[in-house]
Write a new protein. Sequence first.
Length: 358
Amino acid sequence: MSRVGRRSRILQMITAGVIAVAGVAGVQCRPALAADQAITIGASVPYLNDPSWVMITNYAQYVAKQLNIRLLVIDAAGKEDKQLADVQSLISRRVDAIIFVPVSTADARSAILLADHAKIPIIVADRYPGFPAKNPDAPYLTFIGPDNVAAGRAVANYLFAHGVRNLVAIGGTPGDPNNQTRVQGLHEALKAWSDKGVQLVQYVGVLESEENGYAAMQNLLSAHPKGTVDGLWCYNDALCLGAYRAIKQAGRQNEIKIGAMDLDKDALDLVNAHTNYIYDFGGHWVELGFAEMIAYDALHGHPPLAQFSQIEDLGVDASGFGTFKREYLDSEPPIDIKHYMLTFNPTTTTQVPPLLLK
């Protein structure tokens, strides 16, 4: 049976009640939990072999410890069918809430329906499923994720402000909504700088890994000889770290400036070392932790303040690295999480703390 066929069959079985879902009552059907009651939250994430997802889950475990949450993180390994099975497994284990980061938005509705039929609150993070939280067919608590348009635009703007005029770009997985919105930001910056002679020489989209970034950059270097390209924009650090290696091997590191997204440690080390990797942008490693905070509030009788929230990420260059390292790398982010939680601070006006550099 094809993947589409399996997905349709799952939806039919959910609707018919054939798929057994654990009878765990969601927050809309049970009294609020006691403040000191232990909570188990399940999180289904697309990849754990990506350094950015390791950062995301590490911060989530930190938040879990602060709130006495038992956090179960399951790696979908980039497979849609496995992710649906993982969500079913979390339901069977009677978790109190689920945080769901879709491998593909095509399967988001199926996973949300599984949780909804089990009456388990589910939060969608990082990748918008394509429909609002409040809907009659597949409702979920809220969405939280990065502002990918702003991220893609910020990286491009920084490169252009630092002299790049002939840009190549390596995007992420074709069809991934995060990639689409980051590329949208790139094109907004290109339009804004069009009167300054900026141009996109070539764009390629590949699956998100360091090796794919390396191979894509090798091809771009072959297609565009020395003197024709002076900048590289990447969807994420994994791709750009591979591309950086290809550029260095070709001896063109003095020619091509690099900017990317995610604030991975290896990329930040290159930024700090004043290499041609001049800018990195990110901070959404907090998104799973922030989703836990919102789930905790909901389980204690406080519905989300917003149905859609975006995290304002940070940009880091060599001049700002020291401050960023002190505040975000050498210790956990300087965020008083309970100040932004309705359970502990009923007057808070946002459940999404700002990321700031002092």
